[in-house]
Design a protein around this ligand. Structure first.
Ligand SMILES: Cc1cc2nc3c(=O)[nH]c(=O)nc-3n(C[C@H](O)[C@H](O)[C@H](O)COP(=O)(O)OP(=O)(O)OC[C@H]3O[C@@H](n4cnc5c(N)ncnc54)[C@H](O)[C@@H]3O)c2cc1C
Length: 556
């Protein structure tokens, strides 16, 4: 059921039969893209499965949900007026605060009138003769568009655990990515929670405070750092607002979309004392990136990484009183190779009498039963089960739409051995289709609002370029795509990321090819490459004048 303040589709508003651009998704990507397209006087329609804007922050309403990039950095930069007028409350805002921001942006830029909510795109097929996409929805709409943009999100296609009996449980079940819009009260309940990625780490301390009893089922422990969240002070907001332009420039040129002072030393060339002092400062700072970027080689050298790993293990053992629980919470994989989490009292929560950790590496789940969860050690009875089991990341929301390009080939078939893109923006065989933060771009290794704005601007400029030059189609050349895929693999191979069985690698989805999907070369370097490609007349793309071009007069 949707909350009363949401804009469900009402009235007989007709979906247009033909537009310049069809956009799928009304998260931050789809919202900004719609704004850009309108500025270019292009007609656009946005389809959104949810009943309001916000994407991630519309769906993930679980207790404790927060962003782990600071609010003043995790925000749009395209409008100085928006930057200046919006008042963030917390250093790391809660899901309701970010959703409020998304709604504010939608209202301020009058976005809703071109968004069709409660509408899922089920299929999109490219018509080679007309050089157009035919987009179909679950409401029976069929729209023809010159361009298709998948703004469907890297983390929006949720998944459940692969255990038998999910449908048998008689109690209440929840998935963190489909949390009810009404408050959920776990008061007096015995709750089982499966999954200890970011959503689990954020929700466990909050659910533990409400529930009579909470049992956490963990397959792989997370590295989690204290968020040290707090309300923002007026003086720091004012400083930030005064310095926004320089800050945005630094964000765009940085590695992760979050400016940090570059490290100058190897973790192995300093004394233990010096290193501990630096790590301690990073731990105290309440930041996701300060620990990983404290030394030049933590992300690329196993021995250097071991120093950070040992430091966090030490913290876990210090905080968690029960020695076995502490050992179970210490990750074996290198620090930072799965997405680290920011938390509020995560490890401390395991000192509560009503919280228990089950290590699934020792006693795996056998099945979900009518009463609860059965592991190889026995059955646990619950009133509610929470699945914090994450997403079919980066490709799930793309390959689960029946997208067919040249010759009727589906994207799913084309990517059966792993995603293949040029710049993470487009894929050979799928002309005039763009992805926002697709696989092969920095995406989930970055502050995503920075990456989203960069992709949207690049795509909008590319469409503008075609129109101004009387061109109709843009499509990656296969050899340019192959070279980009090789480059993404090469750069990924220099890092320690491929050493963990993470969702970056597709390892959380059985049968999914193991490929390191994001581009690890850094936001700033990646932007330079994209800009160079455009400046060289879209090098590596084939631009074609075939078909019914819609040339607009050049004004430059
Ligand atoms: C719990 C959680 C915490 C996160 N924390 C951070 C963070 O701290 N920092 C950070 O940088 N990023 C974070 N992210 C990543 C976050 O997804 C991005 O920051 C950003 O919100 C993505 O915006 P988007 O518009 O690209 O995608 P989304 O927000 O995922 O929006 C995509 C939209 O597309 C819609 N959609 C998908 N398929 C279809 C279809 N077939 N038809 C119609 N609609 C469709 C979905 O309903 C969704 O609303 C987090 C993600 C999650 C899940």
């Amino acid at each position: 059921m949707s909350a009363p303040d949401e804009q469900t589709q009402s009235g007989p508003r007709a979906v247009p039969g033909s537009v310049d651009v069809a956009v799928v998704g009304a998260g931050f990507s789809g919202m900004y893209l719609l704004h850009r397209l309108r500025e270019m006087n292009l007609s656009a329609v946005v389809f959104e499965a949810g009943t309001d804007v916000g994407g991630t922050w519309y769906w993930n309403r679980y207790p404790g949900a927060r962003v782990d990039v600071e609010s003043l950095a995790y925000s749009f930069s395209f409008s100085e007026e928006l930057e200046q007028e919006y008042e963030w409350e917390e250093r790391y805002p809660t899901q309701p605060e970010i959703l409020r921001y998304a709604r504010h942006v939608a209202d301020r830029f009058d976005l809703r009138r071109d968004i069709f909510f409660g509408t899922r795109v089920t299929a999109a097929a490219y018509d080679e003769r007309d050089a157009a996409w035919l987009v179909r929805t679950d409401r029976g709409d069929a729209v023809t568009a010159r361009f298709l943009v998948m703004a469907t999100g890297c983390l929006s296609f949720s998944k459940l655990p692969e255990v038998p009996g999910l449908e048998r449980f008689r109690g209440a079940t929840f998935h963190t990515a489909h949390w009810p819009h009404e408050d959920v009260d776990f008061g007096g309940m015995r709750v089982g929670l499966i999954g200890t990625g970011s959503s689990g780490v954020q929700s466990i301390p909050v659910i533990a405070e409400q529930a009579a009893d909470l049992t956490v089922f963990q397959r792989t422990p997370a590295y989690s750092l204290p968020a040290r969240n707090r309300r923002l002070r007026p003086d720091e907001i004012a400083d930030m607002k005064a310095g926004y332009r320089a800050f945005r420039k630094a964000q765009r040129e940085s590695g992760f979309g979050v400016p940090v002072a570059p490290a100058t030393k190897s973790a192995l060339e300093v004394s233990d004392e010096e290193r501990d002092t630096a790590f301690e400062a990073a731990w105290e700072s309440g930041s996701l990136v300060n620990l990983l970027t404290a030394y030049t080689d933590l992300a690329v050298d196993l021995a250097a990484n071991d120093t950070a790993k040992r430091f966090v293990h030490g913290k876990i053992r210090q905080i968690v009183k029960d020695p076995q629980t502490a050992e179970d919470l210490c990750p074996a994989y290198p620090f930072g190779t799965k997405r680290p989490c920011l938390d509020t009292d995560y490890y401390e929560t395991y000192n509560r009498d009503n919280v228990h950790l089950v290590n699934l590496l020792r006693t795996p789940i056998v099945e979900i039963t009518e009463k609860g969860v059965r592991t190889s050690a026995g059955e646990y009875a619950f009133d509610a089960i929470v699945y914090a089991t994450g997403f079919d990341a980066m490709t799930g929301s793309l390959t689960n739409v029946d997208i067919r390009g040249r010759g009727g080939v589906s994207l799913k078939e084309a990517w059966s051995a792993g995603p293949r893109t040029y710049l993470g923006i487009s894929s050979a065989g799928f002309p005039n289709m763009f992805m926002i933060t697709g696989p092969g771009s920095p995406s989930v290794l970055s502050n995503m609002v920075v990456s989203i704005e960069q992709h949207v601007d690049w795509v909008a400029d590319a469409i503008d370029h075609l129109d101004r030059h009387g061109l109709t189609t843009i499509e990656p050349e296969p050899q340019a795509q192959d070279a980009w895929v090789d480059h993404v693999n090469l750069v990924g191979g220099f890092t320690l990321y491929p050493k963990a069985n993470s969702w970056y690698m597709g390892a959380n989805v059985p049968g999914k090819p193991r490929v390191f999907m994001p581009y690890a070369g850094g936001v700033g370097e990646y932007r330079k490459k994209c800009d160079e490609v455009a400046a060289r007349g879209y090098e590596g793309f084939s631009l074609s004048p075939d078909g019914p071009a819609q040339q607009r007069p050049a004004d430059d």
